[in-house]
Write a protein that binds this ligand. Structure first.
Ligand code: HQG
Length: 179
């Protein structure tokens, strides 16, 4: 069951953040999908998805990746999209420092160009180092960068906080990064 949950959660992530077309689903401009349509279209590809399972995924997902609208007829990913959706993220003042977990092999390029958003909409940062360690560990031995976010903000860079507490910004120029 646990394994099935994780597998479906990854599939939902793929569909709601990156490739809705794999199941012939259309998201609206704000990234929302109709819950029943999502279920039906996933099942049409041979998956085994129920409303109960989707509820469990939304409620128990370790990073709160997904959220329902008020009447629970629509679902979307909180962040992490590579497709073009308008999330209307709220702009907020960041704490003094934020963290980014990466790996050694990217450090030289980051020293040169700063942090770039790459395939995603934003550069992802966290307020605690532990999260950054986890993010970096996805790719190998984590290398943690400390970001002088208060200084960036004072210099006019915008920050957004997603509903699941991921700090987002367009880029981090190298002068704000402590290696
Ligand atoms: C690196 C997961 C070379 C950057 C995680 C990262 C997170 C550069 C990679 C969320 C660079 C992009 C985001 C530059 C940045 N040159 N490499 N100039 N600038 N990079 O996956 O932050 O499971 O797009 O360090 O937990 O790793 O999807 O970003 O290593 O929260 O919910 O380029 O994704 O969440 O990789 O991860 P990603 P990320 P989910």
């Amino acid at each position: 069951m646990e394994k099935h949950l994780k597998q479906i959660s990854k599939f939902v992530s793929l569909v709601l953040r990156h490739k809705p077309e794999t199941i012939g689903l259309q998201l609206n401009e704000n990234g929302w999908a109709d819950v029943q349509e999502l279920i039906d279209k996933m099942n049409a590809t041979g998956a085994d998805v129920t409303l109960e399972l989707i509820n469990t995924i939304v409620e128990t997902n370790d990073k709160k990746r997904f959220v329902f609208n008020e009447d629970k007829t629509m679902i979307r990913a909180n962040q992490g999209h590579s497709i073009d959706v308008e999330l209307n993220l709220k702009e907020v003042q960041p704490p003094e420092l934020l963290y980014h977990g990466t790996v050694e092999k990217f450090v030289e390029a980051i020293r040169k160009d700063g942090l770039k958003k790459m395939e995603r909409h934003h550069v992802h940062l966290s307020k605690d180092m532990e999260t950054a360690v986890n993010v970096g560990s996805r790719r190998g031995k984590p290398f943690i960068l400390t970001i002088e976010s208060a200084k960036m903000y004072a210099d006019g860079h915008k920050f957004y906080l997603s509903e699941n507490e991921v700090w987002l910004t367009d880029e981090v120029p190298v002068q704000y990064i402590r290696f």
